[in-house]
Ligand binder design. Structure first.
Ligand code: SF4
Length: 693
């Protein structure tokens, strides 16, 4: 939709989902400004969003299909992909193939990918890089609420009196949301607490920083639950809408504070603030999710909000902030290996049958698919014989990534759809398919507070690039399912998806946008940001204030939880705990942000932060090169000496790849240990040794 200031779209980076206005500048280049009318950002953009116009060059674009490194044409490439997938399914069954997809996909692309794999190929082997980002939040929500529902909204930040950031460097990773929080602090004095082993930029504006030991969040929130019980802060009326409080409290009472490394005074100050402030929002992100106890950490936070009834009301509740622009859309379409579309359950036979009937699908898997880490293990041991990677770079972003590279290289048939051929994963593929990039494609995304926004094209697709939904549909048709994938445009897919969500609504599920199922193309074109649910009698807003949840008895669950340490233990050989994370001005593996010299100037090379005491012991001075070794691999990084990290802990950013700094691939160091419930890897608590080069 072209507005007076340009075409309205959304930023392709983080889950804040900021609205942008795209227009042509006086030199004919695309100019990007914040959309003053978008409810996620009201015109604000961070450094990454502001630099989008600098990242649209074609110098690294994949412009034609390639087979074995040679330029090809669409018909030849698509025929080959369809033939090899069909052959593998014929010879070895549907579970011999897999899709590994991305939160960069638009909802329409995601929907079609999920439909093709689950309904037509008949396997649940589709998983997404969102598994590395927020799978623990999904698992925690489902255990507590009976559904993957985000109860809160961004407006809650405007109304809260206390905001607790747990495992979230909001100032760098969700900057516009952080600016919104600072604005609330200025206008109403909102207090901010940061719970993070590291002192980050988010601590600059905080009233309290709890530098707990990595992975000890359950112990901290169990202590808070115990204090809630002891100080009579439980909401007895709301507790009637829950089960499990007594057992959760009993487990919490067995916990000690020692795993946190925090003093009694620090924790008392935190409990005083939390318990004494009804309007409390707890924001959590990768520091909570990327852990072998990630799901338990999420539930430990939810336990406290449920016990006090601080959920679903203005200015209070838990809020999981997602990493990617469409991580939420991926959850909603069922892009995870253990979910069906529209928050229906793959393990529920009625749900399976309903979706199968709706799609008129030949089959539907009855068992869960392989989650990301297990998927690449299955590639490595030969169970997966045909793999399609879409808009993601697992060869550097998966834990134990050297092993993942070896697995992909040995896979009999790998396809990569992407905008570039210069990625560690693309280099290993047999077939490369050129996809349309942000700014060239049309569809929808859902941000962290359930707001569905349009992404709109402002540029023509270069060369032979095509939208992902079209590529997936062409393969589906060539595999024999012509009618099911015969879409002409994204709006047709969106209408079908919205209609399917109405079916989910009939099963009493939370995700229902059936009010959008009749959208005309013109209405889809002009669709304004819209928070789900979108149904006849209730739209937008918050969930759970009425005490109705999505378990069979309509009650929420508090869980009995105990602290578990990270999987890897430090010792004489690997004495340091490695934390990983994002930088302010880079995005994932820098495919796009790496094209902006302005963004690159912030932190130009991979580095390792270590505490001054450790640096002195190891004889390391600032800017020395250091070798970092883990049981999985090694990296060479530039040392930065900083007391922002605690003694015995080190921090390194995740962004560099084999293309940009082959010795700085951090996920080569990370162990492939996962949360037993969510399957999310423990990306922030590997063990390493450090020595001066
Ligand atoms: Fe883009 Fe996130 Fe920055 Fe907004 S906060 S401009 S969505 S990167």
């Amino acid at each position: 939709m072209s507005a007076p200031g340009g075409i309205r779209s959304t930023c392709p980076y983080c889950g804040v989902g900021c609205g942008v206005l795209l227009s042509e500048d006086k030199n004919g280049a695309l100019s990007v400004r914040g959309d003053p009318d978008h409810p996620a950002n009201f015109g604000r953009l961070c450094s990454k969003g502001s630099a989008l116009g600098e990242t649209l060059g074609l110098e690294h674009r994949l412009l034609a299909p390639k087979i074995d490194g040679q330029d090809s044409d669409w018909d030849t490439a698509l025929d080959l992909v369809a033939d090899r997938f069909s052959q593998s399914i014929r010879d070895h069954g549907p579970d011999s193939v897999a899709f590994y997809v991305s939160g960069q996909l638009l909802t329409e692309d995601y929907y079609v990918a999920n439909k093709l794999m689950k309904g037509f190929i008949g396997s649940a082997n589709i998983d997404t890089n969102s598994r590395l980002c927020m799978a623990s939040s999904v698992a925690g929500h489902k255990r507590a609420f009976g559904s993957d529902t985000v109860p809160g909204t961004y407006e809650d930040l405007d109304e809260a009196d206390l905001v607790v950031l747990v495992g979230s460097n909001l100032a760098w990773c969700h900057p516009v949301l952080y600016q919104r929080l600072l604005a609330a602090r200025k206008s109403r004095g909102t207090k901010i607490v940061v719970v993070d082993p590291r002192r980050t930029a988010s601590c600059d504006g905080a009233d309290l920083h709890l530098a707990l030991q990595p992975g000890s969040d359950v112990a901290l929130f169990n202590h808070l639950l115990r204090e809630i019980g002891a100080r009579g802060a439980v909401d007895p009326d709301f507790l009637q809408h829950t089960n499990g409080f007594e057992a959760a409290l009993e487990a919490a009472q067995l916990e000690t504070l020692s795993p946190t490394g925090l003093s009694e005074e620090e924790v008392r100050a935190f409990c005083d603030m939390w318990i004494g402030t009804e309007k409390t929002v707890t924001i959590y992100s990768q520091g909570v999710n990327q852990s072998t106890s990630g799901s338990d950490k999420v539930n430990a936070i939810l336990n406290c909000h449920l016990a006090t009834g601080r959920i679903g009301r203005p200015g209070m509740g838990p809020l999981s902030v997602t990493g990617q622009p469409n991580a939420m859309g991926g959850r909603e379409v069922g892009g995870l290996a253990n979910m069906l579309a529209c928050h229906l359950d793959l393990e529920n036979p009625d749900h399976r049958q309903a979706v199968r009937d709706f799609w008129q699908a030949p089959q539907m898997p009855e068992v869960l698919g392989l989650k990301a880490v297990d998927m690449f293990r299955a590639v490595a041991d030969g169970r997966i014989k045909a793999l399609w990677v879409i808009h993601t770079n697992p060869a550097v972003s998966m834990p134990d990534s050297a092993a993942v590279r070896a697995a992909i290289e040995a896979c009999p048939f790998t396809v990569v759809s992407d905008i570039t051929e210069h990625s560690d994963t693309a280099r290993l593929a047999r077939v490369l398919l050129p996809a349309s990039a942000w700014g060239e494609k049309d569809g929808t995304v859902t941000n962290s507070d359930r707001t569905i926004s349009r992404q709109r094209a402002a540029l023509p697709a270069p060369g032979a690039a095509r939208p992902d939904w079209q590529i997936l549909c062409e393969v589906g048709k060539r595999m024999g399912w012509h009618a099911a994938f015969d879409y002409e445009s994204p709006v047709e897919i969106f209408r079908e998806y919205a209609a399917l969500s109405g079916l989910a609504g009939q099963f009493g599920r939370d995700f229902d946008i059936s009010g959008l199922s009749g959208l005309e193309a013109s209405a889809y074109d002009t669709l304004a940001p819209t928070r789900w649910p979108v149904i006849a009698d209730r739209s937008g807003g918050r969930f759970f204030a009425d005490g109705n949840f999505y378990h069979g008895d309509k009650k929420a669950r508090l869980l009995p939880l105990r602290y578990r340490p990270p999987a890897a233990r430090t010792g004489p050989k690997y004495p340091f705990r490695l934390n990983t994370g994002r930088l302010r001005d880079q995005w994932h593996t820098m495919t796009r942000t790496g094209l902006s010299p302005r963004l690159g100037a912030h932190m130009p090379e991979p580095f390792l932060d270590l505490h001054p005491n450790d640096a002195a012991t190891l004889g390391i001075t600032p800017a020395d090169l250091v070798e970092v070794r883990s049981p999985n691999g090694s990296a060479i990084l530039r040392a930065r000496i900083s007391d922002a990290v605690q003694p015995g802990q080190v921090f390194a950013p995740i962004h560099w790849t084999g293309e940009t700094a082959p010795s700085g691939r951090i996920d080569d160091l990370v162990a492939a240990e996962t949360d037993p419930v969510s399957g999310q890897p423990e990306s922030k608590a590997s063990v390493v040794a450090v020595q001066k080069m």
